[in-house]
Design a protein around this ligand. Structure first.
Ligand code: FEO
Length: 385
């Protein structure tokens, strides 16, 4: 698809993979975006995941026919974008890979390719004829080798995973139709929380580095090409990477026999009755990525866990560890849950939340055995507004 005379979208939609990175559900699919810059020389920017060889090559040939690709620019080495490097080199044997030194070692490590690699440094440019490409390193957004490619003449940023989102592009290769950003916002937040969430500080460094660019088009590796929603997309990334959140509650729980669930629903009803948004997630039936998304959305985290093996019920521990791993900051915290003979889960959750620097709203609401209304005690949540 032609984005401009020179810039073409040749990415693919993946509607058949259930789990991205074998762990994150894809209810709406995902895209692996690749782009051509067609000038006197032709550059391909990134490839796609394994299994999409024919589609990628067909998309390329639809755009350039028998013309050759001169350069394969590698912005990011995660295999969802790098897996087809050899396919491209087999089809275009004179094609030179253009990337940075860290990526070059990964290209050898993953694919055994050592020849025909041009290594570029921060700020270096690659002339293509009428336009040129300039490279800027943005380490840890999402891997240490990650860089972006800037085409000054087209005011286009090829941003790698930055500003990417789950949810296939389908017909929305660009965001020209109104409402596209809103359609993707939840999946963009979930993508950020799952994939990039640990790297808030590097994302901030990247945003500062790219701040001076007069960007007309963001071509990410996942999701729509952003043209009309650039301020909104950058604002969302800025907010998420600062760990800023909206007033509201992410209430996530695990339950074995339904008692902690009853308490969760009673707490959610009490919170909502005060006009406070409250997203509820049952971690025993739902992948924890959806709760993790709402940890990034809301300023209060409430976790419910029965005591299990004198500790935290494993699905709840998994979410809490993901929150800690991502260095989430500035959340208010409350825990609750059933125990049978020893109350351990709430205490353990409070310890993890304290270590994460969260504001512990109260000692929480542990309750013995079955749940009933007389065990309800949300006094610790009185300060929520
Ligand atoms: Fe979409 Fe970090 O790869």
């Amino acid at each position: 698809m032609r984005l401009t005379e020179r810039i073409r979208y040749v990415g693919v939609d993946d509607m058949r993979t259930d789990l991205f990175e074998r762990q994150w559900p894809l209810p709406y699919g995902v895209s692996y975006n690749a782009y051509l810059v067609v000038d006197e020389k032709v550059a391909l920017i990134d490839t796609a995941a394994a299994g999409f060889e024919d589609e990628l090559l067909s998309n390329i040939k639809n755009e350039i026919g028998d013309k050759k690709i001169d350069y394969l620019v590698v912005n990011h080495m995660e295999p969802d974008h790098s897996a087809l490097q050899k396919v491209i080199l087999d089809e275009y044997p004179d094609c030179e890979i253009v990337t940075n030194a860290k990526a070059a070692t990964m290209i050898e490590g993953y694919y055994g390719i050592t020849d025909g690699i041009k290594v570029v440094k921060e700020g270096e440019t690659l002339p293509l004829g009428g336009v040129s490409l300039r490279f800027h390193m943005i380490p840890m957004v999402h891997w240490p080798e990650t860089m972006v490619t800037w085409c000054e003449e087209e005011k286009t940023l090829f941003s790698g995973d930055a500003f990417g989102t789950f949810k296939a592009v389908d017909k929305n290769v660009t965001d020209t139709k109104s409402g596209i950003f809103e359609d993707y916002k939840a999946e963009m937040t979930r993508y950020y929380a799952c994939i990039v969430g640990k790297y808030g500080a590097p994302v901030q460094a990247a945003l500062k580095k790219l701040n001076g660019l007069e960007i007309k088009r963001i071509c990410s590796t996942h999701g729509p090409v952003w043209e009309n929603s650039i301020p909104e997309v950058i604002a969302l990334y800025n907010k998420l990477s600062l760990y800023e959140a909206n007033p509201g509650v992410c209430l996530a729980y695990g339950t074995m026999y339904g008692n902690t669930e009853k308490a969760a629903l009673a707490l959610a009803e009490a919170i909502r009755s005060r006009g406070i948004p409250c997203a509820v997630h049952d971690l025993t039936t739902e992948n924890y990525s959806f709760a993790l998304r709402d940890v990034f959305n809301y300023d209060t985290l409430i976790l419910g866990s029965p005591t299990y093996n004198n500790g935290i019920f494993p699905p709840v521990r998994q979410l809490m560890e993901a929150v800690v791993d991502r260095l989430v900051k500035g959340r208010k915290f409350f825990a609750f849950g059933s125990f049978t003979w020893a109350a351990a889960s709430v205490k353990s959750l409070n310890e993890l939340a304290t270590a994460a620097g969260f504001e512990i709203l109260s000692e929480g609401m542990p309750f013995k055995q079955g749940y009933s209304d007389d065990k309800f005690d949300a006094s610790g949540l009185a300060s929520l507004v």
